[in-house]
Design a protein around this ligand. Structure first.
Ligand code: IYR
Length: 222
């Protein structure tokens, strides 16, 4: 394959280090308000906002620019119901059989259980798929590179975009989630990665009083 043409960067440098600091500090403040929400309002959210957030996620870096992701945005009540039924069946298995005692102990403070009403209450579910193998026009299969890293980056950017748009999210990962391929009509070369629940938080939503590790603990400057 021939090399891409190379074009100028659409780079925007801020005016000063002071401005850079202000932007960085404000962004940290914005992000520190993001919380995983489990109580959603059923209020509708425009499809165009979901589209813009997915488009932003699609700008993530990826191994060899293969962009090995696919996002299925689900708004139909009937499809959300099917997903809830399938997810709760897996979750019951998880909580009653599959989870180790130490895993259950770690989850206990969060108060989660196998009931997932938010899968029907929230206006949107976004099923994120990781394309492990790409099939070209000739039907030839090619393995993608750094797939979990790439899809993880895109998922983080999606969560950030939705948060910036004033929406709440829940990263839900019923395990296994093979049922999503069938319900969403996605091929077997795509593996369900995260089921993102998206909407406004319920007026009475509460979140656990957890804290984030301080900067000194999560970073080392050498
Ligand atoms: N998937 C289950 C269990 C669960 C696991 C982890 I790790 C969490 O951080 C939260 C929940 C559920 O959604 O309840």
């Amino acid at each position: 394959m021939s090399e891409y043409a190379h074009i100028p960067l659409r780079y925007q440098r801020l005016d000063s280090e002071e401005q850079m600091q202000q932007v960085a500090d404000e962004f940290y403040d914005t992000m520190s308000r993001r919380r995983t929400v489990r109580d959603f309002s059923s209020e509708s959210v425009p499809r165009t906002v979901i589209e813009a957030a997915i488009a932003a996620a699609g700008t993530a870096p990826s191994g060899a620019n293969k962009q090995p992701w696919h996002f299925v945005a689900i708004n139909k009540q009937d499809t959300k119901h099917q997903i809830r039924v399938a997810a709760e069946a897996e979750e019951r298995e998880f909580y009653e059989r599959r989870a180790t005692q130490s895993w259950l102990d770690d989850l206990a403070p969060l108060g989660t259980d196998a009931n997932k009403p938010f899968l029907e209450t929230a206006p949107w579910l976004i099923a994120i798929f990781a394309e492990r193998i790409q099939v070209d026009d000739q039907g030839e299969k090619h393995k993608n590179y750094y797939v979990p890293e790439s899809v993880g980056l895109a998922s983080g950017m999606l969560i950030t975009a939705l948060h910036k748009a004033g929406l709440a999210t829940l990263t839900h990962t019923p395990s296994p989630m093979g049922f999503l391929n069938e319900i969403c009509g996605r091929p077997s070369n795509e593996k369900p990665f995260i089921l993102l629940v998206v909407g406004y938080p319920d007026d009475n939503a509460l979140v656990p009083d957890i804290s984030r590790k301080p900067l000194e603990e999560i970073s080392t400057f050498i």
